[in-house]
Design a binder for this molecule. Structure first.
Ligand code: GLY
Length: 561
């Protein structure tokens, strides 16, 4: 990423100006920001024909299941944070669940060691999908247009085909070998002539179109019963998977109490457990409150140090305490208590890095590429939707449901297969996040809505596994403290520390060589990283106009009117 920055020093304040790769989009009536131009366009059309933000969200979700199969899905799960124009907040949890036949040690061998890859790829890694039930439930409660009206555009997209972007074509080609290996006898998302996919090629998905048509016609019964459910269970039978008709019949999305916290004059509405995102973001923001970040500026060593030290401490809490609140007692109030949170940074020393081992002992772990996807929508009345949804890894378990044409998730890897053993994101867990039948696996997804003085201020979120929380944290600070507009804020290079491993990953241009040397001499370890996150944000300006931020790391697109 090549960025140009200008810093003007005025009366003690650093005014930030950054030339963005994607243009800054502003509008008055409504805005959709998602990771695919076709999905953003469908969301915009729903808004323009009188649909509200929830109608658009449902339409975008199903459009992403067609246009962005790496993460858009009907075979996965997600979280909704919703704020009505009147200021009432709701959160819906449609996270996947462990199948009834799941058990604590299902990914361990007879010696008690984690079997590499078993929770990550193949049918055994799939949790019971929640997305369709989540869409039906949010539409039942808040939708304005008819259900079939909001699902039909995705049916058409799958049946008539869509033009592949360069990134989508590359993603499909990269996963071709896994698709073939995990799907004997099927040809989904594999180029029929044996050639690689190319940008501009039209991709049609007729089986997926029929599955979506069944959902358009019968809502939950189009997925959790009837032919689609039969196909899922038949796929399980063929490949020794665990999901049964009973699992599908029993799946229910849950409305949870929104997690509300304060940062200065801002009110942050976040997702409660089983996501760790809301708690972690609340802790991070509260830890920043005493520090003059806007005066220090976004590039200063002090800013970096307090942010890294906060991230380190917050991920240590995440590993110990967070899990599915329907199964374990999660000390949410204690974790978010201001005096607890502020004391956490008292052990920080600007002269040297705090070793993660001093916060809590742990192990080193590797990383995997980001996945998941987020979209942000505001309609003309001011209703706001922040949704993050996922299959876990890119293209989930890589297993397609035969006849139904959609991918199953590999969300079971978000459980802790064994205490202290890292998952694909290098995250360690404990008893709170061990596997139990019907339990939801802990997530890092952080769909977020922020208010300022009672008014809608920002809608934001991102994919990125364990980096989701820190990406949202940094983009929020970029706008609230560093004077960036929404597009600048999402494009600005990021870094990430998650307690273990004890190292900060950073994108190109985030740290100067001098800074790396200075902070390195204080004990900070840095590792270069590829792109971190794909943030989609909408900032509401004081005059009420909407300002979009679509991440230039992906195909992310703002559509507005
Ligand atoms: N699968 C990524 C997350 O939920 O955190």
């Amino acid at each position: 990423m090549r960025l140009k920055f200008i810093f003007l020093f005025l009366a003690g304040f650093t005014v930030f100006a950054q030339q963005t790769q994607k243009p800054l989009v502003e509008s008055t009536n409504g805005m959709v920001v998602s990771t695919h131009p076709a999905a953003s366009e469908i969301g915009l059309q729903i808004l323009q024909k009188g649909g509200n933000a929830i109608d658009a969200a449902v339409a975008v979700n199903f459009a992403l299941a067609v246009s962005h199969p790496a993460a858009g899905n009907i075979g996965g799960g997600g979280f909704l944070v919703y704020r009505t124009a009147k200021g009432k907040a709701y959160t819906l949890d449609y996270r996947e669940k462990a199948p009834l036949k799941a058990s604590r040690d299902m990914y361990l061998d007879s010696a008690g060691n984690v079997i590499p890859g078993k929770s990550l790829i193949g049918i055994f890694s799939a949790g019971v999908p929640g997305t369709v039930n989540g869409m039906v439930e949010m539409h039942r409660k808040f939708g304005r247009l008819s259900w079939s009206e909001v699902v039909q555009p995705a049916v058409d997209l799958a049946a008539n085909g869509l033009e592949l972007t360069e990134k989508e074509a590359r993603g499909l080609n990269r996963n071709r070998a896994d698709f073939i290996k995990e799907n004997p006898g099927k040809s989904y998302l594999i180029s029929s002539d044996g050639q690689e996919f190319a940008k501009g090629q039209i991709l049609k998905q007729p089986d997926l179109a029929q599955t979506l048509a069944r959902i358009a016609q019968s809502k939950n019964k189009g997925f959790y019963a009837g032919p689609t459910a039969d196909m899922i269970v038949e796929e399980m039978r063929k490949q020794n998977g665990l999901i049964t008709h009973k699992d599908l019949r029993k799946y229910r999305a849950v409305w949870r109490k929104p997690l509300v916290s304060n940062y200065k004059q801002y009110r942050i509405i976040g997702m409660p457990p089983p996501s760790s995102g809301g708690v972690a973001l609340a802790q991070l923001m509260k830890m920043m409150e005493p520090f003059p970040l806007s005066r220090w500026g976004v590039t200063s060593d002090s800013t970096l140090q307090v942010m890294i030290e906060a991230e380190r401490r917050v991920y240590a809490d995440r590993a110990s305490w967070l899990g599915d609140p329907d199964f374990v007692k999660v000390p949410v109030a204690e974790l978010m208590d201001s005096s607890y949170v502020t004391t956490r940074l008292q052990s920080m020393d600007f002269a040297k890095a705090t070793p993660s081992a001093d916060i809590k002992a742990g192990v080193f772990a590797g990383y995997e590429s980001p996945e998941t996807t987020h979209y942000s929508i505001v309609d003309k009345e001011g209703n706001a939707v922040s949704i993050t949804t996922t299959l876990n890894n890119s293209y989930g378990s890589k297993v397609f449901v035969g006849g139904a044409g959609f991918l199953l998730n590999d969300e079971m890897d978000d459980f802790s297969s064994k205490p202290g053993v890292p998952n694909v994101f290098g995250l360690v867990g404990s008893k709170a996040n061990e596997i139990q039948p019907e339990k939801r696996m802990l997530s890092s997804m952080t769909p977020t809505i922020i208010e300022s003085n009672g008014k809608l201020k920002m809608v934001v979120g991102t994919p990125g596994g364990s980096t989701i929380i820190t990406s949202v944290f940094q983009v929020v600070l970029n706008t609230l403290e560093m004077g960036m507009n929404m597009q600048q804020a999402v494009e600005y290079p990021r870094f990430h520390h998650q307690w273990l491993p004890d190292a900060t990953r950073f994108e190109a241009n985030r740290l100067s060589n001098d800074q790396l040397n200075r902070l390195g001499s204080k004990g900070y370890v840095f590792t270069p990283s590829g792109g971190i996150g794909l943030v989609e944000g909408i900032l509401i300006l004081p005059n009420g106009r909407l300002q979009g931020g679509a991440d230039s790391r992906g195909d992310d697109t703002v559509k507005a009117y």
